[in-house]
Design a protein around this ligand. Structure first.
Ligand code: GAR
Length: 209
């Protein structure tokens, strides 16, 4: 049985599109049921419309308080019968109540090898600029479960790629993004099949018997 996924986006939505396309091709047992965005101009909106995926614009700043914001998000997740929430370039903390209700079912992708180059202020190109300046020879995406801190929950999947030859942060970004588009659908497929076992900060992939 397919798990129903809500993608939360703030920007271009290339990860959202990669997930939706892998699902539509039948490569992973999920259906992207809705795309929630907090930015009216998010490119993810056009990508959702082009794929016939409903969109919901829920900007935090239009709600009087966290409770009202949380209620609205929960209503939408209930309405679409959501099992998994996949943050895909979503630049907003997720309310604690939602995280409690969807414990172990809220994922995020970060464009660096956490716990390096993560946390508040590390997003988008800022991450790749810091990696480039550090002189690291490898970088790569991390998919992790979400907790109440930025880029902090248990790591589900991570892939290191060589960046020795990169001449600028943009080159790193493009190599890492290509890998993000593979690793995020794969991880969601495994999560949908209940294949992760989380023990503290360590997540293991169960071998199918
Ligand atoms: C992606 O590179 C994602 O890893 C990053 O934002 C980009 C969104 O691109 N997320 C973060 O930096 C979170 N800390 P997309 O909208 O094209 O998927």
């Amino acid at each position: 049985m397919k798990k129903r996924v809500a993608a939360f986006c703030s920007h271009g939505g290339s990860n959202f599109a990669a997930i939706a396309d892998a699902a539509a091709r039948g490569e992973i047992p999920i259906e992207v049921a809705v795309m929630v965005h907090n930015n009216a101009r998010a490119g993810a909106k056009q990508k959702a419309q082009a794929r016939g995926i409903p969109t919901e614009w829920i900007p935090r700043k239009t709600f009087a308080d966290e409770t009202a914001y949380t209620q609205r998000l929960m209503q939408v997740l209930d309405r679409y019968g959501i099992d998994i929430v996949a943050l895909a370039g979503f630049m907003q903390l997720v309310p604690s109540e939602l995280l409690r209700r969807y414990e172990g079912k809220v994922t995020n992708i970060h464009p660096a090898l956490l716990p390096l180059f993560g946390g508040r202020g590390f997003y988008g190109m800022k991450v790749h600029e810091a990696v480039f300046a550090s002189g690291m020879k490898v970088s790569g995406p991390t998919v992790h479960l979400v907790d109440e801190q930025y880029d902090h929950g248990p790591i589900l999947m991570q892939r290191a790629i060589a960046i020795d030859d990169c001449k600028c942060p943009e080159e790193i970004a493009s190599l890492v993004l290509a890998e993000e588009h593979k690793i995020y659908p794969e991880t969601l497929g495994l999560l949908a099949q209940g294949r992760f076992q989380v023990n503290g900060r360590r997540a293991f992939i169960n071998v199918l018997s």
